[in-house]
Ligand binder design. Structure first.
Ligand SMILES: Cc1ncc(COP(=O)(O)O)c(C=O)c1O
Length: 312
């Protein structure tokens, strides 16, 4: 994983348990230090992170796109950061709303010395990470890596050793790091499977690109194919502003929602499954993680175009 994501030596890689949801508590327990915790709210997952963190310290919302229905990532230049936050939290891919951060903010350039904490659960290993801008990254394995049960934490070593006294030992990053992620019995099967996927990623090629760069090129091609289909159609539409659109999760709507059931059953007949949108958003959602090949997205686009013709 260090090689695939070019993770510098000043970071520890921890294999933990509890998923992204547990990290919503574990991060403030380790990095909160009693200071203010700043959050950028760009969809359901960052909202959830904020709600959990409120149990462990004072929080501050630096920016939110809630009033606009989470149709974009608030630009960093507009963030109202607090004076000396302990950290700034950002979900870099909002799985439900389909909003992705394509360029990590440079907090120093915004006059803020705090570490940036990112939840990269749903796009980890789909693209490179600019580690010079990150203090800590966390994510569950179950989207792009393997079976649930393994949680990845990449943390800058200088941030270790400041956990609140109430932090459980098994969730103390320093303890986990000192024990090489074996302070308690690790999720061995999930780690074994992750190892196989890391090997698979290392073997991926697209032209001159290899590894994560190859996957990024493939993911870009997949997303472009699907968004182009949506944007050219008069039946489908996507509500996320173009610069914030996710390459991993593509929510879309039929302009005539009474066709939703027919669309989904026709899709199922072609083996295109799990397209129903998240219940909080409605419509459709295509999750096109690393494991989905371009041919899978092409099959979806072919179906969407055929379905639209039947409605003409
Ligand atoms: C962006 C994001 N964060 C956190 C989570 C929660 O992960 P877990 O269910 O592993 O706790 C998810 C799960 O879908 C997610 O997509």
């Amino acid at each position: 994983m260090r090689t695939l994501l070019n993770i510098p030596n000043e970071f520890d890689i921890l294999f933990m348990q509890g998923g992204g949801i547990a990290e919503n508590a574990i991060v403030p327990l380790n990095l909160g230090r009693g200071g203010t915790l700043d959050f950028v709210i760009s969809g359901s997952w960052s909202e959830k992170s904020l709600r959990e963190a409120q149990r462990y310290g004072p929080t501050h919302v630096a920016a939110s796109s809630q009033a606009q229905g989470f149709d974009h990532l608030p630009p960093a230049a507009d963030w109202q950061l607090s004076a000396h936050p302990s950290y700034v939290h950002l979900c870099t891919n909002e799985t439900i709303h389909g909003v992705e951060c394509h360029t990590l903010p440079d907090l120093k350039a915004l006059g803020c010395d705090a570490p940036l904490v990112i939840d990269f659960s749903s796009h980890v290993l789909s693209r490179p990470v600019d580690w010079s801008r990150v203090g800590l990254a966390y994510g569950g394995a179950q989207k792009n890596i393997g079976p649930a049960g393994l949680t990845l934490v990449v943390v800058r070593k200088d941030l270790l050793g400041h956990a609140l006294p109430i932090c459980p030992s098994a969730f103390n990053y320093q303890t986990v790091a000192q024990n090489n992620s074996m302070f308690n019995t690790p999720p061995t099967y999930s780690i074994y499977m992750a190892g196989l996927i890391f090997d698979w990623i290392a073997r991926q090629r697209e032209g001159d690109l290899h590894g994560v760069a190859a996957l990024e090129a493939r993911n870009q091609a997949k997303a472009t194919l699907l968004y182009d289909c949506i944007d050219r159609s008069s039946l489908y539409h996507n509500r996320v502003q173009e610069p914030s659109r996710s390459r991993m999760n593509v929510p879309f709507f039929l302009r005539d929602e009474s066709l939703n059931t027919a669309f989904l059953s026709g899709a199922q007949a072609r083996g295109l499954l799990q397209l129903k949108g998240h219940k909080s958003v409605g419509g459709m959602r295509a999750s096109i993680y690393n494991a989905m090949p371009l041919a899978g997205v092409q099959a979806l686009v072919d179906y969407m175009q055929d379905f639209e013709k039947t409605q003409a």
